[in-house]
Design a protein around this ligand. Structure first.
Ligand SMILES: Cc1cc2nc3c(=O)[nH]c(=O)nc-3n(C[C@H](O)[C@H](O)[C@H](O)COP(=O)(O)OP(=O)(O)OC[C@H]3O[C@@H](n4cnc5c(N)ncnc54)[C@H](O)[C@@H]3O)c2cc1C
Ligand code: SF4
Length: 475
């Protein structure tokens, strides 16, 4: 039924139903259910349709949020879908995993006195419905163009660029070193945040649209960068960042101290039903273990929540600042606590203790001192506060850095920043190599899916211009 808008005064914010924590621990399925049509319409009708929509401004994709909320409230769901998809290649994925409290919803004008509109959940509802109704079809370009683009990396940046280029008729080839497309959407983010068939139907559609996927194809091993430059008229590097930041403390070389992504990739592969030797031999299975995850971001949250689902004996998250200063999303911390994760705030690792394998993490208490150059209070150890916590598996979730791409790609001429991210001209997104562009985490450093999509779309726009110019010169 069509609803009037501005109902935020009379209708309370309601989130889709959330499964009980005990039930969630039995599987890796998503935590939140779907809105039913009445709830979606009602929640969309809370939008105040303000003149300057801060939600739109703070969405990295500039989504026309008030418009698709209005269309949903009016029952015009197919129009709402067209509007949502005009600015975003995978709105239902963003609706699930964007940190909305820091982006659109955190800037909703009614948030000041009433709770924000549930923008992410409505976005997910609109586009999941579009899939169910068959409104989402493979791309049929109006013309087929001869020029081809090679994209290295099948994560959200590469996939978004591929879709935009294919719509324009270019021949698109995606190369990825993994055996499945999706990047961190399939092998980083666990199923309880994003079920894998949601990603699979997106990549499947791109395949049906004529995009060629070359999986198990590592650039640097199967081909050097220059081979791909010779093969394609333009290239996009969208390889993400994968080198885990290490810790320099005594005992760090002991067995069973692992990188977060090794752990999460293994868990995600198991979710697909794959045989993974490191899991089968118990090394990367948390079952029955005392697990300590070090770090306070979303990756740490994904690790602790995976460990409780694998049947760990105990799971602790050790973070050097306090709850208020945690980088991980508030919602994810709350979900983890409900699922039985223990947070050990204001605590840092001093050493790892053990003979061959780790037996304990020696930790000291921290306190927040004077603000540093960024304005954040710097944590400092409290003297004499060391103690040991039992640990059979320690997982380091301290952030990611780029791999050495010039060396990996056999392309020392590719210019990178001092942090190892690829240098681009921010107007064109082209690297120092003509016709080679870059987008996503490999340019920004570890960021968000929604920013990777934005970068992929922007890169597609400038690649199209580059290819047209090349064609004009050749004619
Ligand atoms: C555990 C975890 C949880 C996260 N949770 C969230 C979240 O909840 N919400 C959110 O918005 N963001 C989240 N992020 C961040 C988000 O996943 C990334 O910002 C985003 O995926 C970056 O997209 P990308 O396309 O640049 O790179 P990626 O998604 O990393 O994709 C890069 C692809 O390139 C491939 N590749 C790399 N090198 C080569 C090579 N040499 N040859 C061929 N292929 C190569 C990789 O296999 C990969 O498939 C999370 C990240 C992690 C690690
Ligand atoms: S893409 Fe992300 S930030 Fe933008 S409206 Fe959707 S959930 Fe909000």
């Amino acid at each position: 039924m069509a609803e009037k808008l501005l109902k935020f005064v009379s209708i309370e914010k309601v989130m889709p139903a959330k499964r009980a924590a005990q039930q969630r621990l039995d599987d890796f399925n998503e935590v939140y259910a779907e809105f039913d049509p009445a709830a979606a319409t009602e929640q969309a009708s809370r939008c105040s349709q303000c003149g300057v929509p801060f939600c739109h401004i703070h969405c990295p994709l500039g989504n026309n949020i008030p418009d698709w909320l209005r269309l949903t409230a009016e029952g015009r769901l197919e129009d709402a879908y067209e509007m949502a998809t005009s600015t975003n290649n995978m709105p239902e994925i963003c609706g699930r995993i964007c940190p909305q409290d820091r982006l659109c919803e955190g800037n909703c004008v009614i948030e000041k006195d009433f709770d924000a509109v549930t923008i992410g959940s409505v976005e997910k509802y609109i586009v999941d419905t579009a899939w169910e109704e068959g409104w989402i079809k493979p791309i049929k370009p109006l013309v087929e163009l001869e020029q081809s683009v090679g994209i290295i990396g099948a994560g959200p940046a590469g996939l978004a660029a591929a879709e935009e280029l294919r719509k324009a008729g270019y021949q698109v080839h995606i190369y990825d070193r993994h055996d499945r497309a999706g990047g961190l959407l399939v092998y980083g983010i666990p199923g309880f945040k994003l079920e894998k068939d949601v990603v699979g139907r997106r990549t499947g559609r791109l395949e049906q649209s004529g995009i060629t996927f070359h999986l198990d194809f590592e650039v640097g091993r199967e081909a050097a960068l220059t081979d791909l430059r010779d093969k394609h008229d333009a290239l996009l590097i969208a390889t993400g960042v994968y080198r885990g930041r290490g810790l320099k403390v005594p005992g760090v070389g002991l067995g069973n101290i692992r990188e977060a992504l090794d752990y999460l990739i293994t868990a995600n592969k198991k979710g697909f039903g794959d045989t993974v030797p490191e899991f089968e031999n118990g090394n990367l299975d948390a079952k029955g273990k005392n697990v300590v995850v070090i770090g306070g971001g979303d990756t740490a949250m994904d690790c602790v929540r995976t460990a409780v689902r694998q049947g760990a004996k105990s799971v602790k998250c050790v973070y050097r600042r306090d709850r208020a200063n945690m980088p991980g999303s508030v919602r994810e911390v709350q979900n983890a606590e409900e699922e039985g994760v223990e947070f050990v705030w204001l605590t840092g690792p001093e050493a790892f203790v053990g003979t061959e394998n780790i037996d304990a993490v020696r930790a000291y208490k921290m306190r927040l001192g004077a603000p540093d150059a960024t304005g954040r209070q710097a944590p400092e150890p409290v003297p004499g506060s060391s103690y040991d916590m039992d640990c059979d598996l320690a997982i380091l979730a301290l952030g990611f850095e780029p791999e050495d791409l010039p060396a990996l790609f056999g392309a020392p001429e590719l210019r990178v920043t001092r942090w190892g991210t690829v240098t681009v001209d921010h107007e064109t997104m082209m690297t120092n190599l003509t016709g080679v562009f870059a987008a996503g985490d490999i340019v920004r450093g570890a960021s968000l899916v929604v920013w990777a999509i934005r970068d992929g779309r922007d890169a597609a726009t400038t690649i199209k211009k580059f290819l047209k110019d090349q064609k004009a010169v050749a004619a």
